[in-house]
Each structure stands twice: as C-alpha cells, then as structure tokens.
Design a protein. Structure first.
Length: 324
C-alpha cells in the first residue's frame, strides 16, 4: 500500500497520522544535534507519547540541548542521553553495552540518522576513511551489537538515513578507504557510504525479515543550513556538479538547481520509515518524499550480490561476525 505523502509533507503531519504507532514505543535515534533532521524527527514524534526517546550522539552537550527542548515542550516524555561516537569502535562497543543493560526489555525503533558529508580526508580512530568508518561501519557495528534489544520488540524497525548522493559511487570493495587518502574524493567517499546505508538496509531485511524486523533506508531531500553541509564550499559544489555531469545526471546541467526542503519536510520521510504500517510490504526498501521510491535507486545499489558482499566486508572491518 502506498502512502499519501509527497515532497511538501511535514514530519508533524506524518506523525499525527501515525500517532497510534508512535505511542508507547522506545525509539533510539543517532545524530540528534539541534538544527538537523534527526533532532526534528525526535522533537516531532515527542508530541505523540512515545515511551522513551534515547538520544545518541558524540557531543553530550548538543544531545542534551535536544533533550532539554523535548522536556520543555513535552514534559511527560522520558528521554535518555547516550554518548555515541561512531568514529570509535571502542566507544561504540561501550555505548552498545549500555543499551543492552537498559531496564527496558526492547528498543522498538532504531533510526541511524547521524552522518558526515564532504570535507578533507580524515580517518576514524580505527584508521578508516571517515565517511566509510562513521556513516556505515559505525552504524553497522552499533546496530548489530544492540540487535538483541531490537529483536525483543514485537514490531522492530531499523531506519538508515542515506541520500540520493548514493548515485556517484558503488562500494569500492578493493579500496573502501581510498588508499589512505591518495585516491580521495570527498563526494565519492560520501556517496560510497550512502550506497552502503542502502545495501545494509536490504541485508537486514533479508537476514531478519523472518524474525519480524522491518528495515528501510531513506533520502530526506536537500536541506542547506544543517551541520551536515558546514564544510561544503562553492568550489566543492562545483566539483559535485562536475561528477554529476560525467554521470549524465540531471544535477550536472548548468541551469539545474536542487529543490530545497525545510527540516520539517526532510524529517517527514524519517517518520514514515520509522512508523507507517503502509510501507511494510516493501521491507528493505528505499524511501524518498514520504513514500517507497524503488525507481530512484541508482545502479550503484542494484547488484544483489553486493548486499552480502558488503556484509562480509563490514564484519571483517569490525572483526566480528553477526548471526541471529
């Protein structure tokens, strides 16, 4: 069944429509610093009586600011701050251990919304290219470590926030870290990590759909002014346009301008992916503009063999296998 939403639908509208699905749920969201889609998502669903909002991020003060805003607007909603640095596998393991020790029997919904975009070559604490290490590997490890809590839910969902930026790069299986920076391009690095988010969502649905897990990825739209685009200059965007032109993408056209969204419009698809029952038949699917959008998935994510290949590479990267 399709949803009635489009690019102008708001998170508040979608949350009101799904109030019954939000009520009583334990929801864990990464990347909830003020002014981003993750924060907009949790602030919006707080109006509909979730049981607990677990707010995860690497900056305790920024996450606390979002928690404080929720407390002021919805004092009856319980929040909990979780320190989570996706660029440190050691800290990810510590955070996951905390979640597994929580008194709540289950995490009903996990929304992996944290991410970085563009900027100079950087490495994680574990020596991985930063986009690959944080946007994908960090979430892969955290998600799988807390899977017992997720599978304990009667209706578990996992959402991975990706981007239509996945169009520019498949997984570089032989060199995901760009030869320690020697082969680095910021847009290809970002794109590879967003391709990984989509393939990871597919893998979760394939491996755990029979256990009741629903897994989705989503493109929130283009939203300037968030922390995600802090490092991006006009020259950087010119380089992205060059890449799009080489790919034959509409973004490469000289007169093309990306349609812009507000935070409320961007976070609307988060709410659909996390709660709307009408998308359940599309388990493993990709959403944009508030609905399943398989036609918008680019060739970079269409090789079915890459789903398992990425899972194996990710396990090798974190030094642990996951079977449930």
């Amino acid at each position: 069944m399709s949803t009635p939403y489009d690019s102008k639908s708001t998170a508040a509208q979608v949350a009101a429509d799904n109030a019954a699905q939000i009520a009583g749920k334990v929801v864990l969201t990464t990347g909830v610093s003020p002014g981003g889609t993750g924060a907009t998502f949790v602030e919006t669903i707080a109006a509909h009586n979730p049981s607990l909002l677990i707010l995860a991020g690497r900056s305790a003060s920024k996450v606390q600011a979002t928690a404080d805003k929720i407390a002021s607007e919805h004092p009856n909603v319980q929040t909990r701050v979780l320190l989570l640095d996706l660029a440190s596998q050691t800290q990810i393991r510590a955070a996951a251990a905390q979640v597994l020790a929580y008194p709540e029997p289950a995490v009903d919904v996990l929304v992996n919304s944290a991410g970085i975009m563009a900027g100079p070559y950087r490495e994680t604490e574990d020596g991985l290219e930063a986009h690959w290490g944080s946007n994908h590997i960090g979430h892969f490890l955290f998600t799988n470590l807390i899977m017992p809590k997720i599978l304990a839910s009667r209706a578990p969902r996992i959402v991975n926030v990706t981007s239509d930026g996945h169009r520019a790069s498949p997984i570089r299986f032989s060199d995901p870290n760009f030869s320690k920076g020697k082969e680095y391009n910021q847009w290809l690095a970002y794109s590879q990590s967003k391709t990984a988010n989509i393939l990871f969502s597919k893998a979760l649905a394939q491996k755990l759909g029979a256990r009741g897990l629903k897994s989705f990825s989503l493109h929130p739209g283009v939203i300037f002014g968030t922390a995600l685009s802090t490092d991006v200059s006009d020259e950087d965007f010119a380089d992205l346009k060059r890449i799009d032109k080489e790919l034959g993408e509409v973004g490469g056209n000289d007169d093309f301008e990306w349609p812009m969204k507000t935070l409320q419009e961007g976070a609307a698809t988060h709410v659909v992916a996390a709660f709307d029952p009408r998308i359940e038949a599309g388990n493993g699917g990709y959403l944009a503009d508030g609905h399943l959008a398989p036609e918008e998935m680019r060739p970079t994510v269409r090789k079915e063999e890459d789903v398992e290949k990425l899972w194996k590479l990710s396990e090798e990267t974190v030094g642990q296998t996951f079977e449930f």
